[in-house]
Design a protein around this ligand. Structure first.
Ligand SMILES: CC(C)(COP(=O)(O)OP(=O)(O)OC[C@H]1O[C@@H](n2cnc3c(N)ncnc32)[C@H](O)[C@@H]1OP(=O)(O)O)[C@@H](O)C(=O)NCCC(=O)NCCS
Length: 164
């Protein structure tokens, strides 16, 4: 599949919103759904990978002033999704590297990810941390979860990466 395309990673535009929405919806077991209005409001915090005018991957970030120091908030990488037909072609790696580069411009200290695929994020230097360190985030994110009784029985892993 990858041979068909020269993948182009770029900032998202409003015209991408529906495709981003569908791509995130493709992975209900791993990703929290994002509404169209949420994606629109945060378009400036999404990057996408394009293949022949089709969006085949996306990744986003969010600034979390409730975690970390008030003027050096933690930044979460979220909504990393690659079209199932295009996985294992390096797209996810390209997206995470691009987001890390964008985030670096804000000079954050800590980057957070909550993921079911810790091995993928370990490749970028993320290390597992206790969910107890991010109680507020866990509470907000897991409040309406119907899959697990508590965030501590959920197999999703919290990982952080520190910028120097
Ligand atoms: C996780 C995900 C983004 C990876 O995207 P991808 O384009 O397939 O990843 P890449 O091709 O860049 O793979 C890079 C490396 O990670 C590994 N990898 C990819 N998916 C993996 C997974 N699910 N679990 C463990 N390792 C994985 C690859 O084997 C590859 O290893 P290598 O460098 O030793 O060959 C993609 O599988 C996906 O969309 N999953 C569903 C949503 C999700 O879980 N998102 C992450 C949470 S925010």
């Amino acid at each position: 599949m990858s041979k068909e395309c020269n993948f182009n990673i770029r900032k998202a535009a409003f015209a991408d919103v529906h495709q981003i929405y569908e791509l995130i919806k493709q992975h209900p077991a791993e990703l929290l759904p994002r509404s169209i209005s949420d994606i629109v409001k945060n378009t400036d915090r999404f990057v996408v990978t394009e293949c022949k005018n089709k969006i085949v991957g996306t990744a986003a970030w969010e600034i979390l002033p409730e975690i970390g120091h008030v003027v050096t908030p933690t930044i979460e990488i979220k909504s990393v999704a690659v079209d199932k037909k295009y996985q294992k072609s390096g797209i996810g790696t390209g997206l995470v590297k691009t987001v890390l580069k964008r985030i670096e411009e804000y000079r954050p200290v800590e980057i957070l990810v909550l993921t079911f695929t810790p091995d993928f994020f370990r490749k970028f230097g993320f290390k597992e941390v206790s969910k107890k360190k991010i109680m507020h985030k866990i509470y907000m994110g897991c409040l309406n979860c119907t899959k697990y009784e508590s965030p501590f029985t959920c197999p999703e892993v919290a990982m952080t990466l520190y910028f120097k």
